[in-house]
Design a protein around this ligand. Structure first.
Ligand SMILES: [Zn+2]
Length: 271
């Protein structure tokens, strides 16, 4: 075995470290993450105002903290009222410059959780999501996709455009059938704190049985606290506990989980 292979190295594929929740102690959170063997993390944008600062911050944090930070640029469906198609033109121009540390397009997707969502709001989400997918095809970049009550609609768009650089379905908690449809399209599934809850038996079963090369780890910090930390701010360092949980569910070592999932992220993000 080559030297250095016994070093645990984890990749948090989805962490909103730029949110104000971390303004008072970001450096501490990063050094804690480093202590928990996090070597890489990806910060996806949620609004256009974040794009330029995320490019800069990823650069600065990577230099200062020894955690390698990459970023994704996109428009999150939760803030749909603030987004416009013109912003996607701006994103297109920005991506043409191939900014360093930008490895994916996202966070984008569809969120139909609210039963009272209007047809207009649904349509706007669909138009913007489709716009992101087209940009992913054009720039040959992977997508980071948020999906709630919308897997069938997301799959329909992905089947139509077949983005070659694929992407991640973040915080996956759909059915086995939907998981397999994503895998057929080459997508990876992101598992996070959700799998630490015993009641999440369906998602835990999928995390335990799907091919390991289709799985990436995430925290979605500051959201999605792990079991035992309900009501607390989530942190990227806790991706280690997600990895430990996955190792236990699959009956393999923590090292095997770390190696496979980090490799999957690095291959997808081409880093
Ligand atoms: Zn997110």
């Amino acid at each position: 075995m080559a030297q250095g292979n016994d070093q645990l190295s984890l990749f948090d594929s989805h962490c909103h470290l730029n949110f104000s929740d971390f303004d008072t102690d970001r450096a501490k959170v990063l050094s804690q993450a480093k202590k928990e063997s996090v070597s890489h993390l990806c910060i996806p944008a949620t609004k256009h105002q974040e794009w330029l600062s995320l490019i800069k911050e990823s650069e600065v944090i990577s230099k200062e903290s020894s955690v390698s930070v990459v970023t994704a640029l996109g428009l999150h469906p939760w803030f749909i009222a603030e987004h416009s198609l013109e912003q996607l033109d701006v994103l297109d121009k920005l991506l043409k410059q191939r900014p360093s540390r930008v490895v994916a397009i996202g966070e984008t997707g569809l969120d139909f959780f609210d039963r009272n969502i209007t047809p207009q709001a649904k349509n706007k989400q669909l138009t913007l999501f489709t716009g992101h997918v087209k940009l992913a095809c054009l720039h040959q970049m992977p997508l980071i996709i948020h999906s709630r009550k919308s897997h069938d609609e997301i799959l329909k768009v992905l089947r139509k455009f077949k983005p070659e650089s694929t992407g991640i379905i973040h915080a996956f908690s759909g059915s086995e059938q939907q998981a397999k449809e994503y895998l057929k399209l080459g997508f990876k599934l992101g598992f996070g704190g959700g799998i630490t809850y015993p009641r999440a038996s369906k998602t835990r079963h999928l995390a335990a049985t799907l091919p390991i090369d289709s799985i990436v780890l995430e925290t979605d910090a500051p959201d999605m606290p792990l079991n035992g930390y309900q009501g607390e701010r989530n942190e990227p360092g806790r991706v280690k506990q997600v990895a430990e949980c996955l190792a236990e569910l699959r009956g393999i070592s923590l090292m095997e989980v770390a190696e496979a999932t980090s490799h999957n992220c690095r291959t997808l993000f081409r880093i």
